[in-house]
Design a binder for this molecule. Structure first.
Ligand code: UT7
Length: 357
């Protein structure tokens, strides 16, 4: 408290300093990942099969991308929501909770079931999540990280207790299987995490996220949006498929993903020894290697499953967590990193919240 005089009148002022007492740290709400679910369709599109469809070789695909096979969702009337449903049901079963307990479901995707309603709503309906609100996040390959930060903020605000974040894409619905430069990379799949409130110093602790719309000429879908609605002409011109200038995107991706992961380590005073795992977006093994090198991380600390699933866009990062869940230990520092269309990119620091029995 201090005394000061203004225009002859005496004032008392009390300054409340932002002191982080032990009590305030204990009351801080963090968003812990408390369960992981995943789903990939049965059908395996191998490099050998692709050799019969386009002018390519297993050798070229493996050495240039790291992909050996990818899963494809087959079946009339099935879409991205069906992949998401598989992941969410897996997660609810593992955690042993009912759909009624979920407050919000966010779905990151670039292949929504339809323009509207949101795929998140459709997943909620199919799973039986009735007491929640849901919405989609469109940030291409960085979608899961953007959705994870959004979901965490909802938890940290104290207003929501259980939020599901899904990353799901049926990339086969927008891949031109006569374009050998793109069709070898992508696959279908979904992963999901449950976020719950905790007062422990675990969970989604920090993020650096970026987007730069000037990158859109290099990776986009030409038609089907409001600028160029679908027409006979757009279909004939194959404008509803992924358009990617591979080499340009590659250069931006290598720098973008590596730099932001390094920056997040610096910001949090972490060295390579402090990091248990890097969970990189699975776009190309060479981009993953460059990111790990920049962070000074050995290969043993990098989650890589690109050989099994290819690039499932928003699905890659949660699918890695799903595959590695049993190896993760409470207290592990994990850096999730992505780069994708938009351009969008980012890195997120997670302190793992549980041991899997
Ligand atoms: O996840 C979202 C963000 N996306 C990315 O991060 C993807 C980034 N880009 C990439 O991963 C790579 O650029 C690709 C995998 C897409 C392509 O690899 P690349 O090493 O950049 O190949 P390239 O496009 O420079 O093509 C090199 C050669 C070309 O032949 P010429 O012109 O040198 O005779 C291509 O025609 O390889 C040829 N090629 C192929 N050959 C056999 C391209 N695709 C194939 C193929 N099989 N599937």
């Amino acid at each position: 408290m201090s005394l000061y005089v203004k225009k002859g009148i005496k004032f008392f002022s009390i300054k409340f300093a932002r002191v982080h007492t032990k009590k305030s740290i204990m009351n801080k709400i963090n968003a812990a990942i408390t369960a992981v679910g995943g789903y990939v369709p049965e059908y395996r599109l191998t490099n050998k099969i692709l050799e019969t469809m386009i002018d390519t070789t297993d050798e070229w695909i493996k050495t240039r991308t790291g992909v050996e096979e990818r899963r494809i969702l087959k079946g009339e009337g099935l879409g991205t929501s069906d992949l998401g449903v598989g992941a969410v049901n897996d997660l609810l079963k593992k955690r042993g909770i009912s759909p009624d307990e979920i407050d919000c479901l966010i779905c990151a995707t670039v292949t929504p079931d339809m323009s509207f309603p949101a795929t998140a709503n459709i997943i909620c309906d199919k799973v039986g999540i009735k007491n929640a609100f849901g919405f989609d996040v469109g940030a291409a390959c960085s979608g899961f990280l953007f959705a994870l930060t959004t979901g965490s903020s909802l938890i940290e605000s104290g207003r929501y207790k259980k939020v599901i974040v899904v990353g799901a894409d049926k990339m086969s619905s927008i891949v031109d299987y006569s374009d050998r430069t793109t069709c070898v990379i992508f696959g279908d799949g979904a992963g999901a995490v449950l976020l719950e409130a905790t007062n422990e110093e675990v969970g989604v602790l920090d993020s650096l996220l970026r987007s730069d719309g000037s990158g859109r000429p290099h990776l986009h879908m030409k038609a089907g949006g409001s600028v160029k609605p679908s027409s006979v002409e757009t279909v004939l011109a194959k404008e509803h498929y992924i358009y990617q200038e591979g080499q340009v995107v590659f250069k931006f991706a290598v720098k973008g993903m590596a730099d932001i992961s390094y920056d997040l380590m610096q910001k949090n005073n972490l060295t390579a020894d402090d990091i248990a795992w890097l969970v990189p977006h699975q776009a190309n093994l060479r981009i993953i290697d460059a990111t790990a090198n920049r962070m000074n991380l050995p290969k043993e600390k990098v989650m890589i499953n690109i050989q099994k699933y290819g690039n499932t866009t928003a699905g890659t990062i949660p699918l890695c967590l799903w595959d590695w869940e049993k190896k993760l230990k409470k207290g592990d520092n994990i850096i999730l990193a992505a780069f994708g269309g938009g351009f969008t990119w980012g890195a997120t620091l997670v302190k793992w919240a549980y041991d899997t029995k």
